[in-house]
Design a protein around this ligand. Structure first.
Ligand code: NAP
Length: 511
């Protein structure tokens, strides 16, 4: 599949260059093929497809969105083994779709894009890779994901620790945890999935919790043989499952946007806590002090039981420092550890912070995002013509399956390309004033949401407390907003004489 950098030395001029082979980048490739475009390449820094599902291999890694909804609508998998698939099965699915759809030949593996510069004369991008290969595509689609830079906290004395330490997204499978004392820092979605898996293998697990997370049951179970047969014989049955999953994710968003309605969800979570955790002290430690939904809810049935094992301790006193042999906490206690696992999430503040992306008039992405990440509909950024993002700022972070959001964006991008073609435009750039107006409305709507006002600090918020992840509505509303690109939102020009293609009113607020 694909060629290596050494084989491809000449400058390549594909029409479209996609970066990343996670669900987003691969989906883009499939939608381009469906629309009759085959002149594209996909750059992938690693040696395999799958993005986050290739990188996260920690024990128990699984999806907290039902499999029927966490797959492409246009490539349903009739053979899912469970309601919520585990990482190996999701990766298998991705690899299978790549094969079935003939995307592999377009992928350049072990090829990391390191710089992107827009050339105003040709209206093309110059994209360079770490190995020196150069591409000059007309269109760039950045699909390198929102959650892939591990957040390594800077805790006092970390360098002093003599044991083994790794991040959950970089699981070191060469380390046998059997009989070891393990310290886990963080209690988010990743930790809640692997703690039940390593408890019992490790001699002892200390779980360091900074803030409790809200937990709800996961309606997971193996899919029965007859269900899989039904999916194959009567595909609309699987569609019904998908529809159910869709609305299960959609309805809570209405409460997240109007936090006075989250009480019902909190009640369900408190009931689960009361049922699963008998010790009143532990129950109090596991009760969050912010509104449900403010941080991503943990869907798990085995996290609370794992915390109650005799060989697992929940530690809520803040970490004071690392020592050579473990950690100490603010209450003065020492916690010996052979292995420390950082389940501390990902850096999400500015996902292009270290990227060399230079748009129109020499503007860098860092300059454009000086005050925080911002885009129009999470896909285009003023000043960066002919560049699209998938899962860009404020297009996810709700409750709907990110696959649904991605598919809406794929459709939107294909429509933008169609608009460029029909209007004979060589350049498409979102108007700065449209982007500004769009974002001021978006942030006004987010202000009252549970993500902003629920009393927590999650990865949805940047260091200034501004929400850079969430779409302020349901998945359905995002789908509606991305059905048809509004030509008035863009400057569409042709490089034949650098003239605007049509005279349009100057909208201040077109969407
Ligand atoms: P996360 O939800 O951001 O959780 C990070 C944890 O580390 C939190 O408990 C946080 O505490 C703690 N932490 C961070 N810095 C710390 C520090 N300096 N000292 C002590 N504790 C610290 O990260 P994650 O669990 O990797 O999940 C990230 C996202 O990935 C999820 O929200 C989800 O969207 C996605 N994910 C999805 C699935 C899935 O099933 N689809 C599975 C795993 C991950 P505080 O809460 O106090 O900040």
């Amino acid at each position: 599949m694909g060629s290596t950098p050494a084989q491809a030395e000449a400058v390549e001029t594909p029409d479209v260059l996609i970066v990343g082979t996670g669900f987003a980048g691969l989906g883009m490739a499939m939608k381009l093929l469906d629309a009759g475009h085959s002149d594209f390449v996909i750059l992938e820094k690693a040696d395999g497809v799958g993005g986050t599902w290739r990188e996260n291999t920690y024990p128990g890694c699984a999806c907290d969105v039902a499999s029927v909804m966490y797959s492409y609508s246009f490539a349903p998998n009739r053979s899912w083994s469970r309601m919520y698939a585990a990482q190996p099965e999701i990766l298998d699915y991705i690899e299978h779709v790549v094969e079935a759809r003939g995307v592999g030949a377009h992928i350049r593996f072990n090829t990391e894009a390191t710089s992107y510069e827009f050339d105003e004369d040709s209206d093309r991008w110059t994209v360079r890779t770490r190995s020196g290969q150069e591409y000059r595509p007309r269109i760039v689609v950045l699909a390198h994901g929102a959650l892939h830079q591990p957040n390594i906290p800077d805790l006092p004395g970390m360098g002093r620790f003599k044991g083994t330490m790794f991040h959950s997204a970089q699981w070191d499978h060469s380390v046998d945890l059997t009989g070891k004392r393990v310290a886990v820092v963080g209690t988010g979605s990743s930790a809640a999935q692997f703690i039940p898996e390593i408890a019992g293998t490790a001699a002892h697990v200390d779980v360091f919790q900074r803030n409790a997370h809200w937990v709800l049951p996961k309606a997971d179970r193996p899919l029965k043989d007859f269900e899989r047969k039904l999916f194959k014989a009567l595909p609309f049955v699987q569609q019904l499952y998908r529809l159910t999953a869709y609305w299960t994710h959609e309805v809570p968003v209405l409460a997240f946007l109007n936090p006075k309605f989250v009480k019902l969800l909190e009640l369900a979570s408190r009931r689960m806590l009361a049922k699963q955790v008998t010790d009143p002290l532990l129950r109090a430690q596991l009760t969050p002090d912010y509104k449900i939904g403010c941080k991503r809810i943990l869907l798990t049935n085995d996290y609370y039981p794992a915390l109650q094992r005799p060989d697992v301790d929940l530690i809520t006193s803040p970490i004071a420092e690392f020592t050579k042999t473990g950690l100490t906490t603010a209450d003065g206690k020492s916690h010996e550890a052979d292995v420390v696992i950082l389940a501390t999430g990902f850096s999400t503040d500015n996902r292009c912070a270290t990227e060399h992306i230079v748009g129109r008039d020499g503007m860098t992405i860092q300059e454009a995002w000086r005050d925080g990440m911002t885009a129009h509909l999470g896909t285009t950024v003023a000043g960066f013509p002919n560049m699209f993002m998938l899962m860009g700022p404020n297009s996810g972070g709700g409750a709907q399956s990110i696959l649904f959001v991605i598919e809406a964006q794929l459709h939107y991008i294909v429509e933008c390309l169609r608009m460029m073609r029909t209007r004979r435009a060589s350049r498409l750039e979102v108007r700065a004033e449209v982007q500004r107006a769009f974002n001021s409305r978006l942030h006004r709507r987010l202000a009252g949401s549970v993500w902003n006002s629920g009393g927590c600090h999650s990865w949805f918020l940047d260091d200034k407390g501004q929400n850079r992840q969430s779409w302020p509505g349901t998945g359905t509303s995002y789908w509606r907003a991305t059905r048809r690109p509004d030509p008035l939102a863009f400057n569409l020009t042709s490089n034949a004489g650098k003239r605007p293609l049509r005279v349009v009113p100057q909208p201040t607020d077109s969407k």
